[in-house]
Design a binder for this molecule. Structure first.
Ligand code: UD1
Ligand code: UDP
Length: 371
């Protein structure tokens, strides 16, 4: 069989984490694959951080990010740039991951060239078109455009089957986030990484929040809940690496910036963030990726969302959906801090999202695919 040309498209922080294992694995097989990495730079600094940790250089950088960019800008600029990049490279496959606007634009650009799209982390659904917004529709549209679908779990596969996707074009692989996490955990022993945390209290709550539907009042409620928890528990500290989105920072900084037991940090690189998860007693997050990673480190996750496309974490007992209501967050955190049995039940779970071999499965399927 002849060598396949893969074009891997990356726009944001989570796409870099989750496509790094695919890029590594493909580059280790030069007889089978030639890889071109294109970054839209929908994210800039946060993507630089990730690319550096994984030592990946992009072959093409569309450099589209603008401060306070809107969805139309990201869609337009990515679609134009990706369409042109695909035209000049004519890959055999375009690989996109997840549900960002880069993901959707990449799939659409490939479709316009009639080049097959491989969708990594396919099939995640909440069933609510506005939760998360616009990701639920980005991933549904990407499924319409894709030729090959790589859901992380059996549940995600079932979602695709319900939407009429041909079963022969679906392969359950596990999530490549677990490949990336295991890679970092192997390297971590040798690293000098340290976190710049103000205090050294026995219990640490790690927080991340950035979703559009949580911006403004909901993230404000999360901050107020944290202040109440800090009042109640003097032995607790909070670590909060704050997303670079101005819409997040304008809420978080004024509410939490002055507290002596809150460390507001710049976004951490992946190695630092894994260390922060490892140090945490528990995690509060609206992130998708963090919900997948935390069970591998035995950390309970309280999900700051009304619905999740990752029900496997809650079903396994590792996560609870708490939303952004202040009282609900305070109750859920207090229960975990006060009740060791409840804490142990959530921290001793087998990760339902993968075994660390997702990238190999994806590449085998793409190589063998009859074209
Ligand atoms: C995007 C994705 C979301 C994903 C998240 C990961 C869409 C619609 N949303 O949301 O699915 O969960 O990334 O974090 O695709 N910024 C910087 N530097 C950076 C990155 C962002 O300054 O390196 C600021 C910019 O002002 C930018 C803003 O953050 O305008 C928002 O970035 P954007 O990619 O539009 O949305 P996210 O909320 O990051
Ligand atoms: N992450 C990181 N540094 C941070 C926050 C998150 O490296 O300060 C990692 C996290 O481990 C996960 C990914 O970034 O792999 C998730 O990104 P994000 O929460 O921005 O996006 P989502 O997963 O919600 O799309």
């Amino acid at each position: 069989m002849s060598q396949k040309k893969l074009m891997v498209i990356i726009g944001t922080r989570p796409e870099a984490v989750k496509l790094a294992p695919v890029i590594f694995a493909a580059r280790a097989l030069p007889d089978r694959f030639k890889v071109t990495v294109v970054r839209t730079s929908q994210h800039k600094e946060m993507l630089d951080q990730m690319m550096k940790v994984f030592d990946i250089e992009a072959d093409i950088d569309l450099d589209i990010m603008q401060a306070n960019q809107d969805l139309v800008h990201v869609t337009n600029a990515s679609l134009r740039g990706l369409y042109d990049a695909i035209e000049s490279h004519r890959p055999d496959w375009v690989i996109v991951q997840g549900d960002t606007t880069t993901t959707f634009a990449g799939a659409l650009a490939a479709f316009y060239h009639k080049i097959p799209v491989a969708h990594v982390e396919a099939g995640l659904r909440t069933g609510d078109r506005y939760q998360p917004f616009p990701e639920e529709i980005n991933r549904s549209l990407t499924a319409r455009l894709a030729e090959m679908h790589f859901p992380p779990t059996e549940g995600a596969k079932q979602n695709l089957l319900r939407e009429g996707i041909d079963p022969s074009k679906i392969l359950v692989t596990g999530n490549t986030s677990i490949d990336a996490l295991l890679w970092i955990l192997e390297r971590k022993g040798k690293s000098e990484t340290k976190l710049d945390i103000k205090t050294d209290k026995p219990r640490n709550i790690l927080v991340t929040a950035h979703r559009r539907e949580n911006q403004g009042e909901p993230i404000g409620n999360v901050c107020r809940a944290l202040l109440e928890i800090l009042d109640r528990y003097p032995d607790v500290e909070v670590t909060f690496p704050v997303h670079l989105s101005p819409r997040v920072r304008e809420t978080v900084m004024p509410l939490l910036g002055q507290h002596s037991r809150v460390s507001l940090l710049e976004p951490l690189d992946y190695e630092e963030f894994v260390l922060a998860m490892d140090k945490a007693t528990l995690i509060l997050t609206d992130s998708g990726g963090v919900q997948e990673e935390a069970p591998s480190l035995g950390k309970p996750v309280l999900v700051l969302r009304e619905s999740t496309e990752r029900p496997e974490a809650a079903a396994a007992g590792a996560a609870i959906l708490v939303g952004t209501d202040r009282a609900c967050i305070v109750d859920a955190v207090s229960n975990l801090l006060d009740n060791q049995d409840a804490y142990n039940a959530m921290s001793q779970v087998i990760n339902p999202f993968g075994d660390g071999h997702a990238a190999e499965r994806i590449l085998d399927a793409l190589f063998m695919y009859p074209t």
